[in-house]
Design a protein around this ligand. Structure first.
Ligand code: GLC
Length: 473
């Protein structure tokens, strides 16, 4: 019997309807650990709140998996930004160098160049990585005829850092696809400065180092003053928000400012085991095969670097159990054989009531399929995406409740948010459910990590001027 295909809304819970009811029951049962129950959702909420409390505490009774790190950015763009800035953006396989000119708080000119970061630089000695970055900056400055003047620079370094000031960022651990020896525990700004000064042809002052979420919040505030929360939903996943300093016990007495952007580093949520109650064998398999095992638990549940792999692992189980594709596993054993982009493509088929993309993805990994197999393939893409979106929406709801703003614009950047068709609509729906009555909107802050860094350099300059005025009075 041929099943009728109908378009499905991205906000509906994935449903499985097969021509074979017995097969349907078995598949649903096998995949049930991926469907978060109300109780589990409630527990995720409680655990996150507790980890936040511990992360902000002066003397926590145990270590939180949330870094809740000081970004040293107490202010947002105020429209007085003027001049030329450089920005760097490092976090993925492409490094970006950006030049911007600002006129009365608006970007009046911008130039961007991309440089591929080869794996030997992402995994080799740290010094080589920073020298490579300096080479790219020099190439950019030369090519764009920007030599002969001093540049103030903002450096987006999208990894967990402990900041000692706006221009000191000690790397806590590598994440995603980087693992260069000799950088953990070191100041990334110092390493960059050393590489820049070694060249002798660059005149650059690094004013600010920041996380990509921070850049996105700053960029979000440039677009809409009501922005107080930002996140990256891309290769990795993380968020930051504006916190009242009086609520950050661990900084009491250390800051005169009333508010500060706090980098949560929620990708690491659960690294201390607090989220194990939702962990499945497939999550364990994804972690085991990742570059940095036993770290970034939350991120590995759904971020772009891992969602395709999670999908592949689940299909591998289903085929091995004989529940799919006649029990043949095709290329499913190959790590990386299915990407997150493929999961997005399958999801868009679901929402259009089509099977074409789904067929192509299965063909690519050499799986023979009938209609039931295609429906299972779509169901799996749906439930893992639904789980990820539920998790990130739960956290967003908590932060909106915590900040109690009349309205909060949430700035978001990253490939998952941009290209996965379920993310935005379902997040809008679930956040409204999890934080009822809270007014918010989700706003794509395109290139937050790049332009946000340039804005951060401008803010750093302003803070410096204020400080020297106060000191001279
Ligand atoms: C990883 C990094 C984090 C970053 C996120 C998004 O989780 O540790 O710092 O913000 O990826 O790029």
């Amino acid at each position: 019997m041929k099943l009728k295909m109908t378009a499905v809304s991205p906000t509906t819970r994935p449903k499985l309807t097969l021509s074979n009811p017995e097969l349907e029951r078995k598949v649903m049962e096998c995949l049930s650990p991926l469907v978060l129950t109300e109780d589990q959702q409630q527990k995720v909420r409680e655990v996150f709140l507790d980890e936040m409390r511990l992360g902000l505490a002066a003397n926590p009774e145990r270590t939180s998996s949330l870094l809740m790190e000081n970004t040293f950015i107490p202010e947002l763009p105020d429209g007085t930004e003027n001049g030329e800035y450089l920005a760097l953006d490092l976090g993925g396989t492409h490094f970006r160098v950006i030049y911007v000119r600002m006129k009365n708080g608006r970007f009046s000119e911008e130039v961007v160049d991309y440089f591929h970061v080869p794996s030997e630089k992402r995994l080799g000695p740290g010094q080589d990585l920073f020298e490579f970055l300096a080479d790219c900056i020099a190439e950019f400055v030369q090519k764009r005829n920007l030599g002969g003047r001093n540049f103030q620079l903002g450096f987006t370094f999208s990894f967990p850092m402990t900041q000692k000031s706006l221009d000191v960022g000690i790397l806590v651990s590598w994440t995603k696809s980087f693992n260069c020896p000799g950088v953990v525990g070191e100041d990334a700004v110092k390493m960059l400065n050393d590489a820049i000064h070694k060249r002798k042809d660059l005149d650059i002052t690094v004013k600010a180092i920041l996380n990509d979420t921070t850049g996105t919040l700053v960029m979000g505030a440039y677009m809409d003053k009501r922005c107080a929360l930002a996140m990256i939903l891309g290769t990795g996943c993380n968020g930051c928000y504006i916190e009242k300093v009086e609520r950050i016990e661990k900084w009491l007495g250390k800051h005169l400012e009333s508010e500060m952007i706090v980098d949560i580093e929620w990708g690491a949520f659960g690294d201390n085991g607090v989220l194990d109650f939702i962990k499945t064998d497939w999550d364990r398999a994804v972690d085991d095969q990742s570059l940095l095992v036993h770290s970034y638990t939350f991120e590995k549940y759904f971020a772009g670097k891992y969602l395709g792999d999670l999908y592949r692992e689940i299909l591998l189980t289903l085929t091995k159990k004989g529940l799919m594709c006649g029990g043949k596993i095709g290329n499913l054993h190959t790590h990386g054989a299915i990407t997150t982009t493929s999961v997005s493509r399958i999801e868009s088929d679901t929402f259009k009531g089509l099977l074409e993309e789904t067929k192509m993805v299965l063909n690519d990994v050499k799986l023979n399929h009938d209609d039931d197999d295609l429906h299972i393939a779509q169901y799996v893409a749906g439930i893992i995406s639904y789980r990820g979106i539920t998790l990130v929406s739960l956290i967003t709801g908590i932060l909106l409740e915590r900040m109690q703003r009349n309205h909060c614009t949430v700035a978001i950047d990253g490939s998952l948010f941009k290209h996965h068709p379920r993310f935005r609509p379902l997040m809008e729906k679930l956040i409204s459910e999890f934080a009822p009555g809270r007014s918010f909107d989700l706003r794509l802050a395109h290139d937050g990590s790049g332009k946000g860094a340039a804005l951060a350099a401008a803010i750093a300059e302003r803070l410096e001027q204020k400080r020297s005025l106060t000191n001279s009075n």
